[in-house]
Design a protein around this ligand. Structure first.
Ligand code: FPP
Length: 250
């Protein structure tokens, strides 16, 4: 293994793409793909701790997704509500801490309160931290952080990361491995700051078909990669390195 931190528990982020194509390929409405996508979420959450994943961040609804037809947006919000209602107790029992990142002020009435309630129920878990990104835009998070520190002293990477993550999350957690299903190869405004040194895995599997084995393959491939963080040999993440105004790494 070339990563000296190979045994370290990971932050894996997933762009769950391909629900619509999965459904269309079967002659089903796109919303059927999203429903099947929820099953893939359940499988992934269950499998994640076994693969050494400490934090799993799932992109459920981007700020740009508001541009989709009203019916699809409503269906996605309803699925989220149902997922929180159905799963929060189970998540709590299985040691999963849940948090939702992104804006809450534009969500359908009552959903913000249900999110807060689910987060409270599943606040104590330490087997896995499941983060669901809803009405999330990484650029907006970065802009918000910049606005909050515009007049003050220049921030360090850590303090700026805290502003990006928001009060509830505390710190920006660097992504170790970013997986995107569905065959496309782009980041789509997801965790841009946190993915500065993420290893990228693009899978052709449509999200509803994504299985524990696909996660296993992605993590095993990640563990074989040499992470240099701009240095010359395999090194640990540069958390302890002085970061304010430090030169850019390559
Ligand atoms: C992208 O596929 C997927 C989404 C925009 C939504 C992801 C949502 C879920 C998996 C279910 C709801 C989430 C929770 C947490 C309950 P796409 O629709 O863009 O697929 P396409 O590229 O094939 O059209």
């Amino acid at each position: 293994m070339s990563d000296p931190a190979a045994g370290r528990r990971l932050h894996v982020a997933i762009i769950m793409d391909g629900n619509g194509r999965w459904a269309s390929g079967r002659g089903l409405p796109r919303t059927a793909g999203h429903r099947a996508g929820v099953e893939a979420i359940r499988r992934t959450v269950e499998a994640a701790p076994g693969f050494g994943i400490a934090t799993l961040t799932l992109f459920a609804f981007s700020t740009d997704n508001w541009r989709r037809p009203r019916g699809e947006v409503d269906a996605l919000m309803a699925l989220l509500r149902r997922y929180l209602r159905a799963e929060s107790d189970r998540l709590a029992r299985s040691g999963v801490r849940l948090s939702v990142i992104g804006r809450r002020d534009r969500l359908p009435r009552g959903l913000g309160a249900e999110i807060a309630q689910a987060e409270m129920k599943a606040a104590g878990g330490d087997r896995l931290h499941l983060r669901i990104a809803v009405d999330y835009s990484s650029r907006d998070a970065i802009l918000g952080a910049a606005a909050r520190c515009a007049a003050g002293t220049p921030p360090s990477r850590e303090s700026f990361g805290r502003l990006i993550a928001g009060e509830a999350e505390g710190a920006a957690i660097d992504v170790d491995l970013l997986i995107r299903s569905g065959g496309e190869k782009r980041l789509s405004d997801f965790l841009l700051w946190e993915c500065a040194y993420a290893e990228l895995c693009f899978s052709d599997r449509m999200w509803p078909d994504f299985a524990a084995e696909d996660l296993a393959v992605a993590v095993a491939d990640y563990r074989r990669r040499e992470r240099r963080f701009g240095g010359l040999g395999p090194v640990r993440p540069p958390a302890a390195v002085a970061t304010r105004a430090s030169p850019a790494a390559a």
